[in-house]
Design a protein around this ligand. Structure first.
Ligand SMILES: [Zn+2]
Length: 71
């Protein structure tokens, strides 16, 4: 095994960890749209327009995102 193989193994391990972390944080959650408005995947309330403008990829309201980040 040479240094390239070792580097590839390390990259794979890091990628798997990153995917697992993203899944645990719900980053693969599919946004919910009802009547064209995006809803929080956790509490089902409308995500405020200002949050969508600030974070277009957001799938949770600020309160639920903070709860998730603290857990
Ligand atoms: Zn919420």
């Amino acid at each position: 095994m040479d240094i390239i193989d070792l580097a590839q193994q390390h990259e794979l391990m890091l990628r798997e960890q990153a995917v697992a972390t993203a899944r645990a944080r719900g980053m693969d959650a599919v946004p919910v749209y009802i009547n064209g408005r995006k809803r929080c995947v956790s509490c089902n309330r409308l995500i405020p327009l200002k949050r969508i403008q600030a974070r277009p990829d957001a799938v949770r309201c600020v309160a639920c995102e903070e709860k998730l980040e603290k857990s």
